[in-house]
Design a protein around this ligand. Structure first.
Ligand code: FAD
Length: 505
């Protein structure tokens, strides 16, 4: 069997995807396989990607990375979720936290009980008052959740916001210490086997030639191997996710270090603010068919609430996915496999998953087509699940103040997503096709945040003792307030971990 084993892996690209692929492969394969990573000094990385999902913690943990060291080295802050502003209608504000509404009651998500109580109790506090992550976000406090038994005071999860460049460097150090060979150079040509079509080597512009058995394409949007060599094709989802441009600019730190990412809807898209230890990351994502780049730049700077540290950088993208991410002996990971705009910070999560699938379905030198097919099926499914959740944000809008929002309200969406919206509108139920990703609480957060109140509540909850339910809610609410009151400020906790006070640049 070992005579068929992969002896050498060549990773082309040294952005977040390249190093996130190299590190776990080095850990898993050790000295049994040579791993080379080629990165181009001339072609830069995309240079954005600072906000993550909680799964990044599992990725880091699997590598044995020390949490405190990671926070120090990547200038990370903690993230409880996303603060949505002006989505749905101007002046609207709601929080999408990770695992938000507390533990389920009798196998039904907690928000369903809130819906029932709110129906007959006009004075009922907002559903957000039942969410500990929202309470922590509003109070700008953070501690990691404690204990194993889910209760109202630990029913939250968290992710990180970090400097993507520092994270790639951190993983580079990790991977090279475990034997990954780093080569600086630009791939100019690719050699293929005349009969099988497998890639046999990449040739650098300076004449060097790097042979390999398996090639991982981490070259970003260009997809040098997967598209350049194999013409995998691209499924373009711009009709339902029209944003195709972004401008990004770092700015000085604000007075308060918020444990969340902020997303503010704008006339032709939305703007992010991501607080790190040393600066804020800001960006305006928009559709250039509805707003010029000049205007988008003005909107960005008007929405940056601290002093910009450099001129904004322009980015372009097409939302969609590569029709196949694994062809023959080439596997695309990262932007080369597809891109969904960063509204829910999902790209790094898809990299984590793709690397996990590559390890799970690790091939021999013949790269069995069944393994590739399974990888491609998982990738397609994942991109579609995430796509639907992001489309939901736009489709639910009540904004009519610009052509962009009118387009979003009227655009065609997948039937599965329309079914989810209709199910919630009529009966307050949520069905989740994506078992591993965004759960019922996330969908509920988005629907409730956009002001949807179902026509009907759950008939089984209707039959329960309402006074007892109300009493339960008030107790949970009081406990959350009391517990959050005792938590440290987010900035104080970060300073305690890093050993340095948070300083403005
Ligand atoms: P890149 O960073 O583009 O790296 C490509 C690498 O390939 C570089 O090292 C380059 O040198 C190399 N290369 C290219 N051509 C060659 C060649 N010919 N020879 C040798 N090397 C070559 N994701 C999140 O999870 N959260 C976010 O908040 C988030 N925000 C985003 C905001 C915007 C506006 C955009 C566009 C993306 C965002 N993303 C986010 C996505 C995230 O940036 C990417 O998923 C992540 O950075 C991975 O990029 P990459 O490594 O695939 O590509």
């Amino acid at each position: 069997m070992l005579d068929k084993a992969i002896r050498k892996i060549v990773i082309v690209g040294g952005g977040t995807a390249g190093w996130m692929t190299a590190a776990p492969l080095a850990l898993k394969l050790g000295a049994s396989c040579e791993i080379v990573l080629v990165e181009s000094p001339e072609i830069g990385t995309v240079g954005v990607g600072e906000s993550t999902l909680p799964t990044i913690r599992y990725y880091n943990h699997a590598l044995g990375i020390d949490g405190a060291d990671f926070v120090r080295r990547t200038k990370a802050t903690f993230k409880l979720g996303i603060d949505f502003r002006d989505w749905g209608h101007i002046g609207n504000r709601f929080f999408h936290g990770f695992s938000d509404f507390g533990p389920s009651i009798e196998n039904r998500p907690a928000f369903m009980y809130w819906l029932r109580l709110a129906r007959d109790n006009p004075d009922m506090p907002s559903y957000e008052e039942w969410s500990i992550s929202t309470a922590m976000a509003h109070a700008i406090k953070f501690v990691p959740p404690h204990g194993d038994q889910p209760g109202p005071t630990n029913a939250y999860s968290y992710a990180f916001q970090f400097d993507a460049g520092l994270y790639a460097l951190y993983l580079r150090e990790y991977a090279t210490a475990r034997g990954v060979q780093r080569i600086e150079g630009t791939v100019g040509d690719v050699e293929q086997h005349p009969e099988t079509g497998f890639i046999t080597a990449v040739k650098l512009r300076d004449g060097r030639r790097i042979e390999g058995d398996l090639f991982v394409d981490c070259t970003g949007f260009r997809g040098l191997l997967i598209e350049g060599v194999y013409k995998a094709g691209y499924e373009d989802w711009s009709a339902m996710l029209p944003c195709n441009s972004a401008q990004a600019v770092p700015s000085a730190l604000a007075d308060q270090l918020t444990p969340y990412t902020r997303s503010t809807a704008k006339p032709a898209g939305w703007q992010w603010r991501i607080p790190l230890q040393h600066r804020n990351g800001n960006g305006h994502v928009y559709c250039d068919a509805f707003m010029s780049d000049e205007e988008a730049g003005r909107v960005l700077l008007a929405g940056v609430d601290t002093e910009p540290l450099e001129a904004p950088r322009q980015l372009r993208f097409t939302t969609g996915r590569r029709r196949k991410s694994w062809i023959k002996n080439c596997v695309a990971v990262g932007l080369s496999s597809g891109f969904l705009e960063p509204l829910e910070s999902t790209s790094i999560n898809i990299i984590e998953l793709a690397v996990g699938w590559l390890i799970q379905y690790f091939p021999d030198r013949d790269c069995s087509p069944e393994l590739a097919e399974e990888f491609n099926r998982l990738a397609a499914q994942r991109y579609e699940f995430v796509r639907d959740f992001i489309v939901l944000h736009y489709k639910l809008t009540n904004r009519t103040d610009s052509e962009f929002w009118r387009y979003c309200a009227n655009m065609a969406i997948p039937d599965t997503l329309q079914h989810q919206i209709d199910l919630f509108r009529t009966s307050g139920r949520i069905t989740i096709y994506d078992r591993e990703g965004f759960q019922a609480d996330s969908y509920a957060s988005m629907m409730l945040g956009h002001g949807i109140r179902p026509e009907r509540t759950d008939p089984l909850i209707d039959r329960m003792d309402q006074a007892r339910l109300l009493d339960h809610f008030h107790k949970v609410h009081a406990t959350i307030r009391q517990v959050v009151g005792t938590m440290p400020d987010h900035a104080a906790l970060v300073a305690q971990i890093t050993g340095e006070p948070i300083r403005k640049l």
